[in-house]
Design a protein. Structure first.
Length: 380
């Protein structure tokens, strides 16, 4: 489905009977590697994908929201407590902007998206960042990438109540086409890494919602593990700061399953740095190997995979992929696959057919390169 300015503008016009003054859009993301490290002070390596959420906006009183693709009947909301559902992300952003005196008095917003929700592709960050850009533009200002990422992060973390890290919002705000972003989550340092090839997204067909609890539970386990690690190592800033050489010693002190969680964090930190270096020199075979190791670590140590993702990874490798792994938080969502161009489409189709035979119908695979981040498509 090709989404463009015309579609979101006509969607706004049909709903509100007038033209919008602003259009903003923001992409989803995949994480190539570096999973569950952004709240453990480690490096992550995501990139923005070619599917986006678009918001057309005009001035209004209160918030009139309409979505063509996120489950939508027109909704009217006033600032106030969260209610559950997609409109909370917009209201959470509004609350942040209000605190900074950067919110319009109200707005009419039409949202269209070709980004599936619940697929582990950060549809929530795309929605929040597009909202941040559109609402600020209604006040005649422009929000810079850091401020927009911060408002979107606080909306999701503080208002919606998912104790996420900052990876998704940062890459959605700052991504450049043809590049992945190596983000050091302890310092916030960012470095662009070349990613000029296409990758495949293989949906598991299992919707996940971060508000469901598994994610927050893992985060709490990491916090407990950090406390225990700090007994012998009081200066340890975060779990990703553990040296690999110290791992076996530390693991002996940790009760299960905290030992496995820490092993994931420490080994994934090393893999992510190696993957960034491999991308720099164009060594895709090494990137693929690291992705597979990363998947095994999510499956066995972080224990956030699902049988459907394991089956997709295994089948993709059997059909010639260089690597494949669960991407995003887990408990469903999507697998990202890397394959030589000549076999990518066939390997993706074969892996998804295998999935369908074992578990029943699932969405089709699709490919994406690295896209650009949040932008204003129409300014007042
Ligand atoms: C979700 C969160 C991110 C990150 C990933 C796991 O996408 O929103 O902050 O923790 O899970 O890497």
């Amino acid at each position: 489905m090709a989404l463009d300015l015309d579609r979101v503008v006509s969607s706004f016009q049909r709903t509100f009977g007038t033209l919008p003054t602003v259009v903003a859009s923001a992409p989803g993301r995949v994480n190539l590697i570096g999973e569950h490290l952004d709240y453990n002070g480690g490096p992550v390596l995501p990139f923005a994908i070619e599917r986006r959420t678009w918001i057309a906006a005009g001035a209004g009183t209160g918030y009139s929201l309409w979505s063509a693709t996120l489950g939508g009947q027109p909704v009217r909301r006033e600032p106030g407590p969260r209610r559950g559902g997609w409109t909370d992300y917009v209201l959470g952003v509004d609350r942040e902007l209000r605190a900074r005196h950067q919110a319009p008095e109200g707005a009419r917003l039409a949202v269209v998206s070709d980004l599936p929700a619940g697929a582990g592709l950060s549809s929530s960050a795309a929605l929040a960042l597009a909202a941040a850009a559109a609402l600020t533009a209604l006040t005649g200002r422009r929000l810079d990438g850091d401020a927009a990422a911060d408002a979107a992060y606080r909306a999701e973390h503080d208002y919606v109540g998912v104790r996420c890290g900052r990876m998704d919002q940062t890459v959605v705000a700052h991504a450049t086409a043809g590049r992945a972003l190596l983000l050091e989550t302890d310092t916030g340092a960012r470095r662009e890494v070349p990613l000029g090839f296409r990758t495949w997204i293989l949906p598991t067909g299992i919707d996940h919602s971060l508000a469901d609890g598994g994610y927050n539970a893992r985060r709490a386990e990491c916090e407990r593990a950090l406390e225990i690690c700090r007994r012998p190592l009081p200066a340890l800033p975060a779990l990703a700061g553990l040296e690999p050489e110290a791992l076996s010693e530390v693991m002996a002190e940790l009760p299960p399953p905290l030992d496995r969680r820490v092993r994931h964090v420490v080994t994934e930190t090393a893999r992510t740095r190696r993957a960034a270096a491999a991308l720099d020199r164009g060594d895709l075979a090494e990137v693929g190997r690291l992705m597979v190791e990363g998947h095994e670590s999510l499956r066995d140590d972080y224990q956030c995979s699902v049988a459907q993702a394991d089956a997709l990874v295994e089948a993709a490798l059997q059909h010639g992929a260089l690597g494949a792994r669960l991407t995003g938080a887990g408990w469903g969502g999507s697998v990202i696959m890397l394959a030589p161009e000549a076999v990518g489409e066939r390997a993706a189709a074969a892996a998804c057919e295998h999935l369908a035979r074992r578990f029943g119908p699932a969405p089709q695979p699709w490919s994406t390169g690295a896209a650009a981040g949040m932008r204003l498509d129409l300014m007042p």
